[in-house]
Design a protein around this ligand. Structure first.
Ligand code: GLU
Length: 453
């Protein structure tokens, strides 16, 4: 762990004291504070007026009950959250996560990360995050709809196109956004397309939004590889997860000449030495909503295809040149990082939010592995959400090519901004430092301009 200076250490101690039992939030704050030592040394004014303390405190936190009725006619209860973290740069913006692990600390860490990520995109969006401990696994379509409607029945009074604009995250995709938008429209009697992003095309969605996070991470890593005179061409890549982010990472890596040899879900991972078959993964995950082991059952044993059950090993045991963790927080530990380094990994791009533990990041950086932190590398999703908001505001709909070109340009400028900031602050090649400082400075400048609020 990096030693913090006295002032930053006391800010962290206060955050820990005021937010007990929220280790993920402490982890996310510590990582940013570790980068801010160099900022405060160069620009002591950024520590004035409790600016850093204010950035660590969400503007508003909403916790609510979501009652719903399951298919057996039983009443069920879940707990839901919306943390409106920072609106200095624009309306709160960030996804909604449905997963049994969701609690206020998880949503707070995600909202905190989102604030800096959104700032890095250069778009006019603040940071927020929401979710529920509802587990979509095994639920019928009707149960999902009733849950989304009940969830929105409370949430609708807190959001709006100029206030707070939710989107998807783990467990929330196009289907759920549709049910939520339907209920919002019904409750408000307004066709306010810009209140949610990640919508389907026929009611105000943006082309390339579904692909954006995975494509964006791949663009970012491609730029990072280019700084060392190399590219994805001919590289072996491991992508954890098998949701949207992972699937479109696979698609883009392949178009750049790389081969994705492994993917996973919570039940385990599959390896296909010939390259994972994207169509088959999409059939299993998006149509059948089944487990990833189905891949082996359909493809058949042998021919370089195998499945490893969760607990019998991790996907990071698979040798690769580039690792792209795209499942969930803290999925890649120090032990995993050591295995990857031993197997010769040269670059890591985080598709998920905070998938690498602090230990893992240190091991990568000490080994000279290029490391792209999620708040920079996975910003393509939310950046394209901001493009969706733009299209909604002008009642326009752009082509796929136009939207993807904007995404590619945004990712290029995030990469260059992080690299230049790292260099300016005396740590060339340190994308963690570059992303944290560049994101912080943009939010901090805006907050200062708006006065003590
Ligand atoms: N949940 C995504 C993220 O972590 C997307 C958020 C959005 O599009 O608002 O950035």
């Amino acid at each position: 762990m990096v030693q913090l200076d006295e002032k930053l250490e006391s800010i962290l101690a206060e955050v820990i004291k005021r937010n007990q039992g929220e280790p993920e939030f402490h982890q996310a704050v510590r990582e940013v504070l570790e980068s801010l030592g160099r900022v405060v040394a160069k620009r002591p004014d950024f520590a004035d007026d409790a600016l850093i303390e204010r950035i660590c405190e969400p503007e508003r936190q909403i916790i609510f009950r979501v009652p719903w009725i399951d298919d057996k006619n039983q009443v069920r209860i879940n707990r839901a959250f919306r943390v409106q973290f920072n609106s200095a740069l624009g309306p709160y913006k960030g996804g909604i996560r449905f997963h049994p692990s969701v609690n206020v600390g998880i949503i707070k860490f995600l909202g905190f990360e989102q604030t800096f990520k959104n700032a890095l995109t250069g778009m006019p969006i603040g940071g927020g995050k929401g979710g529920s401990d509802f587990d979509p696994k095994g639920k019928s379509d009707r149960e999902i709809m009733r849950f989304c409607q009940s969830f929105m029945t409370e949430l609708h009074r807190h959001i709006g196109e100029y206030t707070d604009v939710p989107a998807g995250d783990i467990g929330v995709g196009g289907r759920e956004i549709g049910y939520m938008f339907g209920q919002y429209k019904r409750l408000t009697n307004r066709y306010e397309a810009g209140v949610l992003t990640g919508k389907a095309l026929f009611y105000g969605g943006s082309r390339a939004r579904t692909e954006a996070t995975g494509y964006g991470n791949t663009y970012f890593v491609q730029s990072m590889l280019a700084t060392k005179g190399t590219s994805f061409d001919g590289k072996k890549v491991v992508v954890s997860g098998s949701g949207n982010v992972a699937i479109y990472t696979l698609e883009k890596v392949r178009s750049f000449g790389g081969t994705v040899v492994a993917m996973s879900d919570s039940s385990g991972y599959i390896v296909d030495e010939n390259g994972i078959d994207q169509e088959l993964i999409q059939e299993i995950k998006e149509v059948r909503r089944a487990r990833i082991s189905e891949y082996l059952r359909i493809k058949g044993e042998g021919k370089g295809v195998y499945f490893v059950k969760a607990g019998d090993g991790t996907i990071w045991d698979v040798a690769c040149d580039v690792a792209m963790p795209s499942a969930t927080q803290n999925e890649l530990t120090g032990k995993d990082a050591r295995a990857l380094v031993k197997n010769g990994v040269i670059a890591v791009g985080e598709g998920a939010n905070m998938p690498s533990t602090p230990d893992a990041i240190r091991i990568f950086q000490e080994a000279g592995v290029m490391f792209a932190p999620g708040k920079a590398a996975n910003a393509g999703g939310v950046a394209t959400s901001a493009l969706e908001m733009q299209q909604n505001a002008s009642r326009d709909s752009w082509s796929f090519a136009q939207t993807e070109a904007r995404l590619a340009a945004i990712m290029g400028s995030i990469h260059d901004n992080c690299a230049a900031t790292a260099e300016e602050y005396g740590a060339p090649g340190d994308y963690v430092l570059g992303a944290n400082i560049a994101g912080f400075v943009r939010v901090a400048e805006a907050m200062r301009a708006l006065g003590v609020i």
